[in-house]
Design a protein around this ligand. Structure first.
Ligand SMILES: Nc1nc2c(c(=O)[nH]1)N[C@H]1C(S)=C(S)[C@@H](COP(=O)(O)O)O[C@H]1N2
Ligand SMILES: [Mo]
Length: 198
């Protein structure tokens, strides 16, 4: 179940900053120029959604025009931990977060994001696997070190699709084989729950 969207959603900036910030999403969206892009989306478990039109604001513009002047992040900051309202989080290396195509998106295919795909705001980083694209984004924690990834299905520090950085420890080809083998049972479970819901 997607987490409920509060009446006055905010994006908090915490951690390695001089001033923490709780920014209402309305203000975030009004402050920065609107951008959009069409991109493919790759889940690490091997499925891909093609030609998605995202719109919102650029993460780099948010960083440069809002976060840096208002929060003053530590000079040695290396990453942000993006957190969703459902408690799911991902570490985004600043080298990836500040790429041209990383967005804070509030619309998908011309409509406001729905609960399934991350309402009200989502981090979109098409160059990285889906698990870095945090939905229901509520907090960005600035960090000065990289947390150690978990051993089982751990989070790769970069998770760049082009380099097939699926997992910090497991060989990418083995990961891909396991992911593909799991598609049929997952489809079956999906269809079964869709049937039950109707
Ligand atoms: N908040 C939150 N964000 C999340 C997830 C999640 O469970 N919670 N799952 C991640 C994973 S693994 C993938 S592949 C994508 C799936 O995006 P979709 O649900 O829009 O297809 O969301 C990512 N972002
Ligand atoms: Mo995923």
């Amino acid at each position: 179940m997607p987490p409920p969207v509060p009446d006055d959603p905010i994006l908090a900036v915490t951690g390695g900053v001089e001033h923490e910030l709780r920014l209402p999403l309305g203000e975030l969206i009004r402050t920065l120029p609107r951008v959009s892009q069409v991109a493919d989306f790759h889940c690490v478990a091997t499925w891909t959604a093609t030609d998605l039109r995202w719109s919102g604001v650029s993460f780099r513009q948010f960083w440069e025009q809002v976060l840096v002047p208002r929060c003053r992040p530590a000079a040695d900051a290396v990453a942000v931990i993006a957190r969703g309202a459902d408690g799911v989080q991902a570490v985004i290396d600043l080298r990836d977060a500040l790429a041209d195509d990383v967005m804070l998106a509030d619309e998908l295919d011309g409509r406001p994001l729905d609960g399934l795909h991350g309402a009200p705001l989502r981090l979109v980083s098409p160059g990285q696997y889906g698990y870095k694209n945090i939905k229901h984004l509520t907090e960005l924690e600035v960090t000065r070190t990289f947390p150690k990834p978990g051993r089982l299905l751990g989070e790769h520090q970069r998770a760049r699709v082009a380099l097939e950085e699926r997992d910090p420890y497991m060989n990418a080809r083995l990961y891909r084989l396991i992911g593909r083998a799991l598609i049929p049972p997952i489809l079956w479970l999906n269809r079964r729950s869709a049937r039950k819901a109707t």
